[in-house]
Design a protein around this ligand. Structure first.
Ligand SMILES: Nc1ncnc2c1ncn2[C@@H]1O[C@H](COP(=O)(O)OP(=O)(O)O)[C@@H](O)[C@H]1O
Ligand SMILES: [Mg+2]
Length: 260
């Protein structure tokens, strides 16, 4: 295994295998993934491809059967506490208090991790701005739409300024307008220096947000590249009335027409 020059902020998985107890088929069948510090990587795959399993391993919620995984330079098996201290996980601490406002929720979380009242207030203000929720700061979460809640989740996970942010399917089930606001929030958080690994089923989302895309299918990485590499793979949309989808990519890779 080649040593990374700067493991700080990076994610590294080598030959990761995982089969859930009682299952025949591995959910991860030898996955390699490398995300350099400060990059946004999209793990793109259909339902059941193994995305959440990999995220659960990266967050130390479940262990791999074999292979090595490190986050921010820490091994998930040997140093799980340090891994957990390095990451923000979106959706995991989605314990938003409905009767509190967005600002109060963020200040509460900030106080819980030990920030002073003044520091909590300024961190909350900063994050509300980055998420585009500034104008709703004083509104109760109970009145928030799904998209607004998810943006608040996103920034809640950023209170500790984690080096690595892991986001599992940030926009699944959201309408196109909400999706765009999430994209803007993710981009803003990435611009502030975090390494981001997000999972998605949408080619469009990977294209929109990621510096690098890793395509997972049935527990195996089937392609790695930049969004433009992937678009080159499926070709520009021609006479079709729709943009290419993940299925188109899978099909091209499967038939090997341009992938070889
Ligand atoms: N807790 C579990 N127990 C058994 N099988 C699981 C469990 N979680 C996921 N799987 C299986 O592992 C495969 C990958 O699932 P998952 O990682 O959730 O994929 P994705 O997030 O890409 O939809 C699927 O076949 C799924 O049924
Ligand atoms: Mg999943």
């Amino acid at each position: 295994m080649d040593l990374q020059a700067n493991p700080r902020g990076s994610i590294c998985a080598r030959a990761v295998r995982k089969t859930y107890p009682g299952r025949e088929k591995p959910s991860l069948a030898g996955v390699d993934l490398l995300v350099d510090a400060g990059r946004v990587c999209a793990l793109l795959g259909a339902n059941g491809a193994g995305k959440t399993t990999l995220v659960r391993i990266l967050t130390t919620l479940t262990g791999q059967d074999s292979g090595t995984v490190s986050v921010n330079g820490w091994d998930v098996v040997r140093d799980p506490a340090r891994v957990r201290a390095s990451i923000g996980v979106v959706g995991q601490y989605a314990a938003l208090d409905e009767v509190l406002t967005a600002r109060e929720n963020l200040e509460l979380f900030a106080r819980l991790i030990g920030l002073s009242r003044a520091a909590a207030r300024s961190r909350a203000a900063e994050l509300l701005e980055q998420s585009g929720l500034g104008e709703y700061a004083g509104q109760r979460v109970s009145g928030f739409s799904g998209g607004m809640r998810r943006r608040l989740d996103l920034v809640t996970s950023m209170i500790t300024r984690p080096a690595v942010l892991l986001i599992d399917e940030p926009t699944t089930g959201l309408d196109p307008v909400a999706r765009r606001t999430i994209w803007a929030a993710v981009r803003s958080l990435a611009d502030h220096g975090s390494t981001v690994l997000l999972t998605t089923q949408y080619l469009e989302e990977a294209d929109e947000l990621a510096d690098d895309v890793v395509i997972l299918r049935e527990g195996t990485v089937v392609a790695t590249g930049t969004p433009s590499d992937l678009k080159a793979l499926v070709g520009e949309p021609r006479m079709e009335l729709r943009e290419p989808t993940l299925e188109d990519v899978y099909l091209h890779l499967h038939t090997g027409s341009t992938a070889a």
